[in-house]
Design a protein around this ligand. Structure first.
Ligand code: ZN
Length: 493
C-alpha cells in the first residue's frame, strides 16, 4: 500500500490518540505525594550515618562513596584547606535542577535532608517507584551537598579565609565560590535551590510563631522586578508552602528580598536560574533540627515533583506575596516587671534574654545574654514569666568544693539553688568541659557574672516576700517551687 504523506500524518495522529487519548492522565500529571507520604518517605530513607547537625566533611565522604552506584559523583575542586567539594548527579531528563547546601559552615540542616533524599532516589520496588521514574526521566539533578567544608569543620559560618561565601559570588576570592559559580555556568540549571539555616529567633509576621522555614525567590535587581525566571521560583514556593502549612501552620515566613549584589542566590537568579532560598529556622523541642531536616526533605521532594510536571504553573505570584514576612522578634526568655536595684531604689524592667550556642566538639553549650531591657512589648518570648513583685537578688557560691562535675547530680544542684547558691566549684575538670546541671559550675574562676544589664550573663534569683521563687542560671529560668523538665547545655568556667 502506498502511504501518502497525509496518511502517515493520520497514522501519527492515531498513534497520539492511542497513547494519550486512552490514558488521559499521562505520567507527567499524576498527583503529588501527600504530606503523610512525604513524611513517611523521609522516615524510611533517613540517612542513619548522620545523627546530628554537627557532622564534618570526613563524616560525609563514606556516604558519598556509597552513592557512586546510582549517582555520577564528581570532585569539583577543593576548599581553602584542601577538602574536596563533590557533586552528585542523578536523572536524565531535560529540565536541569541544581541544589547546593551549607555555603555557611554551621547551616547544615538541608545537607542532612539531601542525604536522606539520595537514599530515597536510588531505592526501588516500593510505592514511590512512579515518582522516581517521573523525576528521573524529566529532570537532571545536580546536588552539591557541602560547599563550605572548612566552615563545617569548626561549625562556623565563614570559610577558612574568614570570607562569607554568600558575599563572594562576584569577586570569587574563595575557591569554594569559584567552584559554585563554575558549576552553575557549566550546568546552566533552570532551577536552583540555595539551602541555608537562619537564626532561631525569626518569627512570622507580627506573631509569636517561630519561622521554622523561611522562603524566598531572591531579587535579581535593586528594583526587585519580577521576570519569568523569578516568577517560576515564586510559583514553586507557593506549592512548597502548601505542604508546610499542613504540618507547621503559620510557621513559614518570607525572607527579606532586598537585593544583595554580592550574594549567590540573587546573582544566580540574575544569571537565569529560577532560584529558591530555603532557610531552616527553629522549632520548639527540636534543638538539633531533626524535624526541620524532615521538613526540608518534604518540600524539596515536592518542589522536584512540581518542576517535573510544571505543577508550579498552577500558582501565582500573588499567592507568593501572601506569605507573611519574617521578622526577628523572638527571644528565649522574657522576665516581665522584675525589680532591679540601682542605688537605693528598685526599678521595674522587662528583661529579654537569648541563649546562643557555641560548638564544643560533637556537642555544644549555651550562653545566656541580656539582649535588651525596659519595655519589651516588641519581642515575643519562647518562654515568659511575670515577675511582678519580685526583686532581683544576687546568688552565692557554695562554700564546699566538689571533686569534679560527676560528684554532683541534678537533684543536689536544685537543692543548692533552693538554699540560695547559684554556683558550685570543682577541684578538677577538663578545659571546656561540658555539663548539664541546672547550676553554674566554676573551675578556675573565683566568681561569676551576675548582671541584668544589656550584654551581661543573667545569673540571679527572683525573690518575693523574702523567698527565692525562681533562679535564673545562665539565662535558664528555673521555678524553684515546681522545677520542670528542661535541658541545660552548659560549660565549666
Ligand atoms: Zn546562610
Amino acid at each position: 500500500m502506498k502511504v501518502t504523506l497525509k496518511n502517515s500524518n493520520s497514522l501519527f495522529l492515531l498513534f497520539l490518540f492511542l497513547s494519550f487519548g486512552c490514558k488521559p492522565a499521562t505520567e507527567n500529571t499524576f498527583e503529588p505525594l501527600s504530606v503523610d507520604q512525604l513524611a513517611q518517605a523521609q522516615e524510611t530513607f533517613k540517612e542513619p550515618g548522620i545523627k546530628n547537625r554537627r557532622f564534618k566533611h570526613a563524616d560525609l565522604q563514606p556516604l558519598i562513596e556509597k552513592h557512586k552506584d546510582a549517582f555520577e559523583v564528581n570532585v569539583l575542586g577543593e576548599s581553602v584547606e584542601g577538602r574536596t567539594i563533590s557533586s552528585l548527579d542523578w536523572g536524565s531528563g531535560q529540565t536541569k535542577v541544581m541544589l547546593w547546601s551549607q555555603m555557611h559552615g554551621n547551616e547544615s540542616t538541608a545537607t542532612m535532608s539531601l542525604f536522606d533524599l539520595f537514599n530515597f532516589l536510588k531505592a526501588s520496588g516500593d510505592e514511590y517507584d512512579d515518582l522516581r521514574e517521573l523525576l528521573k526521566t524529566s529532570l537532571s539533578i545536580k546536588f552539591i551537598p557541602l560547599i563550605n567544608p572548612d566552615g563545617a569543620e569548626q561549625f562556623k559560618r565563614r570559610n577558612a579565609l574568614d570570607i562569607d561565601l554568600n558575599r563572594d559570588a562576584i569577586s570569587q576570592i574563595s575557591p569554594e565560590a569559584v567552584i559554585l559559580k563554575n558549576a552553575r555556568d557549566t550546568f546552566e540549571p533552570e532551577f536552583g535551590f540555595n539551602l541555608h539555616d537562619q537564626q532561631i529567633y525569626y518569627n512570622v509576621g507580627n506573631t509569636p510563631k517561630q519561622a521554622t522555614i523561611s522562603v524566598l525567590a531572591p531579587a535579581y535587581n535593586e528594583a526587585r522586578e519580577i521576570n519569568e525566571v523569578r516568577r517560576r521560583a515564586m510559583q514553586t514556593i507557593v506549592g512548597m508552602n502548601e505542604v508546610l502549612q499542613q504540618v507547621i501552620p503559620g510557621q513559614v515566613g518570607q525572607y527579606d528580598d532586598s537585593f544583595e549584589p554580592r550574594a549567590f542566590g540573587d546573582n544566580i537568579q540574575k544569571w537565569g536560574t529560577s532560584t529558591i532560598l530555603i532557610e531552616s529556622g527553629g522549632y520548639l523541642g527540636d534543638p538539633d533540627k531533626q524535624y526541620i531536616r524532615q521538613l526540608n526533605f518534604m518540600i524539596i521532594l515536592n518542589a522536584l515533583h512540581q518542576i517535573a510536571t510544571q505543577g508550579y504553573t498552577n500558582y501565582t505570584e500573588e499567592q507568593y506575596f501572601a506569605i507573611p514576612d519574617n521578622s526577628i522578634q523572638l527571644v528565649d526568655l522574657i522576665i516581665h516587671e522584675l525589680q532591679v536595684p540601682v542605688g537605693d531604689k528598685y526599678y521595674p524592667v522587662d528583661l529579654a534574654i537569648r541563649r546562643r550556642d557555641s560548638s564544643a566538639g560533637e556537642s555544644y553549650y549555651e550562653r545566656g545574654t541580656v539582649d535588651d531591657l525596659g519595655d519589651m512589648q516588641v519581642y515575643f518570648g519562647m518562654e515568659e514569666v511575670d515577675a511582678t513583685g519580685h526583686k532581683l537578688k544576687i546568688g552565692e557560691i557554695f562554700p564546699q568544693e566538689f571533686e569534679n562535675v560527676s560528684a554532683i547530680n541534678e537533684a543536689e544542684a536544685l537543692e543548692l539553688l533552693k538554699q540560695g547558691y547559684l554556683a558550685v566549684k570543682v577541684k578538677s575538670f577538663e578545659a571546656g568541659e561540658l555539663h548539664q546541671l541546672p547550676i553554674l559550675v566554676l573551675g578556675e574562676k573565683d566568681d561569676f557574672d551576675s548582671g541584668w544589664q544589656t550584654g551581661s550573663n543573667p545569673n540571679f534569683f527572683l525573690e518575693k516576700d523574702g523567698r527565692n521563687a525562681f533562679a535564673v542560671v545562665n539565662g535558664y529560668l528555673i521555678n524553684l517551687n515546681e522545677p520542670t523538665e528542661q535541658t541545660f547545655m552548659q560549660r565549666v568556667y
